[in-house]
Write a protein of this length. Structure first.
Ligand SMILES: [Mg+2]
Length: 221
């Protein structure tokens, strides 16, 4: 089976997150202790810090969302209800802004006849929503999310669970992702064919590396 990562691979998370973070900033005038210019980068850094704790199984999905919100407002005492309400302001904008990369659907169409799957650290419901709105959900027959195994990439367990559900040995599976440490290194360590999607065209690892999903079908066939 050929597995895909979602964010940064099929879906342009970074653009949506940056735009949604500015709407979020404007929604709470004077309440966020960053400059507007600094905020998208600060938001992403804080998001990644707490999301990575979730991927390591240290906190629940909602706990990391609350921790992220409290840190952004420099308000450690903020109660759960308020933190959840503020998080929802962000997620509403973010979800309307996520789009597939232009090369995603042509690539998936070219792979017709192959069995395709998803291995993603993101929250299942949110990730399925992104694929659905982008019209890509129907391509995938197996989907494994970090919450299904309690640990995210780069943990071996999420890759092994995906191979198990596919009914394939890891050596018969391919994984394509944009993150070297989360996607490429661990999948290759398990014997999967780990393909690095390096949209910037610079990858520190050996082949197979592609700079666009348009080059994937030729690599597979
Ligand atoms: Mg990614």
């Amino acid at each position: 089976m050929i597995f895909f990562d979602i964010d940064g691979t099929l879906i342009d998370h970074a653009s949506a997150s940056a735009a949604a973070s500015l709407s979020f900033f404007d929604h709470f005038p004077g309440a966020i202790p960053f400059s507007r210019e600094q905020f998208p980068a600060a938001w992403e850094e804080i998001l990644n810090k707490h999301f990575n704790r979730f991927c390591r199984g240290e906190v629940s999905l909602w706990e990391q969302r609350r921790a992220r919100t409290r840190e952004v407002f420099a308000a450690p005492e903020m109660d759960e209800k308020e933190a959840d309400a503020r998080y929802r302001v962000f997620i509403r904008d973010y979800e309307t802004l996520t789009r597939a990369f232009d090369d995603a659907e042509p690539c998936l169409q070219s792979l017709a006849g192959e069995r395709l799957g998803i291995i993603s650290n993101g929250a299942r419901e949110q990730q399925i929503g992104k694929l659905q709105r982008a019209g890509l959900l129907h391509y995938f027959s197996v989907m494994v999310y970090s919450e299904d195994v309690g640990l995210g990439k780069p943990s071996a367990s999420i890759f092994l669970e995906a191979c198990r559900r596919a009914g394939d040995a890891s050596e018969r599976c391919v994984h394509i992702g944009d993150d070297l440490e989360a996607d490429v290194v661990p999948s290759r360590a398990l014997g999967m064919r780990g393909i690095h999607l390096s949209r910037a065209g610079k990858s520190p690892v050996g082949p197979p590396v592609i700079s666009t999903l348009r080059n994937l079908p030729a690599l597979i066939h």
